[in-house]
Write a protein that binds this ligand. Structure first.
Ligand code: PDD
Length: 287
């Protein structure tokens, strides 16, 4: 299976792609990224992903090429890879530096895109739900490293995922510093209670997920009451349904939390309806 990469527009098999060991992305994690996927070969909501990438880069003062240039490079890479469906990672680093905090010496940015065949989840993940844990690792405090910045500095997430994997769980749900639900290591969290859809607000210290926003939009279209409000652990444990959302996971039902079944332990009607809705919406918004 060949992965392809583009480094500042130069396309090669990913194995042959080269970035300097002096690149700030490597030496400092001084980089931002986006993960996208295709439907019918075309990226889902490229517009929203590029907008968020630009916002992340701005927060770090990393200059960004124009959307037109990024889109052209991505189109060329997708054409070269010719996968039926692709996983896409776009990384923008500050560039090549001298292993110091002298940002004026950095030559950049470095724009890396990697495309690999999309490996779908086993269908049972979506039909039966997945086990999650409440992680002992807190999500980064927004005043330390704001989770709204989608940075390549993923150590906070790695610590939580390692804990989840050690416990045989699919994902860790992380709390914020005040002990409310924040998000998982790679997805946003929703719950359904008495027919209403609840999700933590952006100021809970989370990534503004693109799937999260699409789900809120779809829910409103389905006349489901939605609320963005702080979610306590006890609310999550008492929910009728819980699901997590991301580009790759779409709407993924949670079957158990720390081994305790959510609702009756099977994906509920609201979750199933929203999964169906996003799978209908996504191909129509991939271009
Ligand atoms: N993860 N929260 C975190 C911490 C994430 O890393 C992600 C995305 C999300 C969901 O965002 P979106 O719906 O825009 O994909 C929430 C991607 C998929 C990743 O890490 O590869």
């Amino acid at each position: 299976m060949v992965f392809y990469a583009s480094v500042n527009g130069e396309i090669t098999p990913a194995e042959e792609a080269r970035v300097s060991v002096l690149d700030n992305g490597f030496t400092f994690g001084d980089a931002v990224y986006e993960t996208l996927r295709t439907y019918a070969g075309r990226p889902f909501h490229l517009d929203r992903h590029l907008e968020r990438l630009r916002r992340s880069a701005q927060r770090l003062g990393i200059p960004m090429p124009a959307d037109g240039a990024l889109t052209r490079d991505l189109d060329a890479l997708l054409a070269r890879a010719a996968n039926p469906e692709s996983y896409i990672r776009i990384i923008v680093t500050r560039g090549r530096g001298d292993i110091s905090y002298h940002f004026d010496r950095v030559q950049g940015p470095t724009v890396v895109m990697v495309v690999k065949p999309l490996a779908p989840f086993p269908p049972a993940h979506h039909t039966d739900g997945v086990p999650v844990i409440l992680s002992s690792v807190r999500r980064n405090h927004p005043r330390a490293l704001d989770p709204a910045i989608k940075s390549c500095n993923l150590v906070n997430n790695i610590l939580a995922v390692q804990e989840a994997q050690a416990k045989g769980a699919f994902e860790p749900i992380m709390l914020n510093e005040t002990g409310e639900i924040a998000e998982t290591a790679s997805a946003n969290v929703f719950l359904v209670k008495d027919g209403a859809l609840l999700t933590p607000p952006l100021d809970a210290g989370i990534l503004p997920g693109i799937t999260r926003l699409v789900v809120l939009e779809l829910a409103r279209g389905l006349a489901l009451p939605t609320r963005e409000e702080p979610v306590a652990v006890k609310d999550l444990l008492a929910a009728d349904e819980v699901f997590i959302t991301s580009t790759l996971k779409e709407v993924l039902p949670v079957a158990t939390i720390d081994g305790r079944p959510v609702g009756d332990g099977h994906p509920g009607p609201v979750t199933r309806r929203l999964l169906e809705a996003i799978r209908d919406y996504a191909p129509r918004n991939s271009g």
